[in-house]
Write a protein that binds this ligand. Structure first.
Ligand code: NAI
Length: 213
């Protein structure tokens, strides 16, 4: 049984999952925490500590079975089953997301794309016809959609997020640069590239200050 795991550990798991996926593709069957640490540039003890949260999966003197570890981390991340998603906002970002096929390989299946602009509704994006957002409620209910991707302007996002909750959406992948006021029954993951860019700016400034000293 898995006890409560810190969010810091959970945030590191997708990276382990990605590396293990690459190792599997390269036909590598097992790997020691030392080898994995060299590849991932994190300490072997960090890897052991992280994976011990879930029962370890490693064996003394053998290391980790790559496939088992990949599958177990996938299960922890809820990737063993497919997820049905809708994208709301078929603009620049919505189109970029739907064209990126890796999400589907990971089991995130785009079932529908919605927009409010009559000029966009009816267009085809990645083999999916953009539908009118007025039909979204019915679509979510009939197709049992759990995840909504929000790529609409920030002025419209909070209101739509509240509707999405009423219509049964369980998780929102929010790209609109605004906080959503949904209840804690809905999981929200915000993705803000500009936040990441500002962090990069800070690190750059910090590195420059260190070289000046
Ligand atoms: P865009 O203007 O190209 O596309 C937005 C689309 O949303 C339009 O097609 C519009 O008709 C539609 N729309 C507006 N209100 C709607 C509603 N209530 N229901 C359904 N559709 C609606 O904009 P773009 O460049 O694709 O950006 C979309 C959002 O993503 C913006 O909020 C932008 O600030 C944000 N963004 C976030 C990034 C991030 O790192 N999180 C990076 C780039 C953009």
């Amino acid at each position: 049984m898995i006890n409560k795991i810190s969010i810091a550990v959970i945030k590191r798991l997708p990276r382990y999952y990605r590396y293990l996926g690459d190792l599997l593709d390269d036909g590598i069957v097992r790997i020691s925490s030392k080898e994995l640490s060299e590849k991932m540039k994190v300490t072997a003890s960090q890897i052991r500590q992280d994976l011990n949260n879930f029962g370890g999966f490693g064996q003394q003197g053998y290391g980790y079975n790559v496939e088992t570890l990949y599958e177990e981390i996938g299960k922890i991340l809820g990737l063993e089953k497919k997820h049905s998603l809708v994208i709301i906002g078929a603009g620049n970002l919505g189109q970029a997301i739907i064209k990126y096929t890796d999400f589907e390989k990971r089991g995130f299946i785009f079932k529908g794309v919605f927009d409010s602009n009559p000029k966009v509704i009816g267009n085809t994006m990645h083999n999916i016809i953009v539908q009118d957002v007025a039909d979204l409620k019915e679509f979510i209910k009939s197709k049992n959609i759990q995840i909504a991707v929000l790529t609409i302007p920030k002025s419209n996002a909070p209101e739509l997020a509240n509707d999405l909750e009423k219509w049964g959406i369980k998780a929102i992948w929010n790209f609109a640069p605004v906080d959503l006021n949904v209840s804690d029954k809905v999981t929200v993951e915000n993705v803000h590239l500009s936040d990441s860019l500002m962090t990069l700016s800070y690190k750059l400034k910090d590195a420059e200050n260190k070289t000046k000293k």
